[in-house]
Write a protein that binds this ligand. Structure first.
Ligand code: DGJ
Length: 328
């Protein structure tokens, strides 16, 4: 190949690299999420918040999830735009409580209790040496950015409890959903008023349905729940269900996305309430079960063709405008 052709090729490659980079970074600030790529925080470090949950407090969105560094269990990041995430600290580590020394913590979720003025974290608790405990655990903090105080681990109503999520309803009541009976049943519990315990076993959803990774949102008076099937760390077909009352009846399960959920597993659905509209953001984990730190995140808009029908089209790039309330 002649030298001028080689130079032209190099120029084309350089321009392509610049354009790709410009989609994500603008004067040091990210302007979109590139799905399936490493996501870094404002210090350039890879974000460790797997199986995580999100919440808005004041002007900040918080992202709290699993961190598998040796002595860390749960970490906290915050952002005003859902794109640029600042590491705020570790909320749960192995040190403060002997029960955490050998713990394997998955899918931590945090909600705020306005009566007790406490942030309450529920999570899946196992031992690193023994994945058959199938318990949930609870921790609390008065400050979302400060270490949580570990309370205890237990089986709700003596049921096994693995993949889980919390949901805080408009009326202040809180619910805990978790996979029980070797993940065959999705259990639904109502929490006590202080959110530290279960007070009622509300329902067994899709008995024998083998669902995990629950994520719930309420939109226009309807509750939507996305779950995955159970194939370990390998992705599978996500399904969703709808209910007019959170207590049920819940609809049958309907496929959403493709048969691997675009190589992801649900962890959270975040409503983004903006000046122009309210949008719904799916966040999933693209797990690497062998090299946990290679796990990635998938951010996608959920769209609705009517009040009870939801879709999740693939996007290479997720464009979020938190002020306007749009996700594209
Ligand atoms: C998939 C689950 O959703 C994860 O949280 C984790 O429990 C793995 N399975 C373990 O195989």
């Amino acid at each position: 190949m002649k030298i001028d052709k080689i130079l032209t090729l190099l120029l084309i490659l350089a321009v392509a690299a610049f354009v790709t980079e410009a989609q994500t970074v603008n004067s040091g600030k990210k302007i979109a999420i590139i799905n399936g790529k490493d996501l870094t925080d404002t210090q350039g470090k890879i974000i460790n918040a797997h199986g995580g949950g999100f919440m808005k407090m004041g002007k900040y969105f918080y992202w709290i999830g699993e961190n598998r560094h040796d002595n860390v269990l749960v970490s906290c990041y915050r952002s005003t735009d859902l794109l640029n995430w600042e590491f705020r600290g570790d909320l749960l580590t192995r040190r403060p409580n002997p029960e955490l020394a050998d713990a394997n913590i998955e899918r931590p979720k945090v909600i705020y209790n306005a009566k007790t003025k406490q942030f309450v974290m529920w999570m899946h608790y196992e031992k690193r040496s023994n994945y058959s405990l199938a318990r949930t655990a609870v921790a609390v903090s008065a400050d979302i950015e400060k270490p949580f105080t570990y309370q205890r681990s237990f089986r709700p109503f003596n049921n096994m409890s693995r993949d889980c999520t919390l949901f805080l309803d408009d009326d202040g009541s809180a619910y805990f959903f978790s996979s029980a009976r070797e993940n065959y049943d999705m259990m639904m519990y109502r929490l006590t008023d202080d959110f530290l315990d279960v007070k009622e076993q509300v329902a067994t959803l899709w008995p024998g349905g083998h669902r995990e990774a629950p994520a719930i949102v309420k939109r226009k008076g309807y509750y939507f729940m996305i779950t995955s099937g159970c194939t370990g760390w390998a992705p599978n077909q996500a399904k969703y269900a709808v209910a007019k009352s959170i207590r049920g009846p819940w609809s049958e399960l309907t496929n959403i996305a493709d048969n691997t959920t675009y190589h992801s597993q649900s962890t959270y659905i975040l409503p983004i309430i903006g000046k122009e509209s309210t949008s719904y953001l799916y966040v999933g984990d693209r797990w690497d079960g062998k090299h946990y730190f290679n796990s990635k995140y998938i951010f996608l808009p959920l769209t609705f063709s009517n009040d009870t029908t939801m879709e999740m089209p693939w996007k290479d790039t997720c464009n979020i405008n938190a002020i306007a309330g749009t996700v594209k």
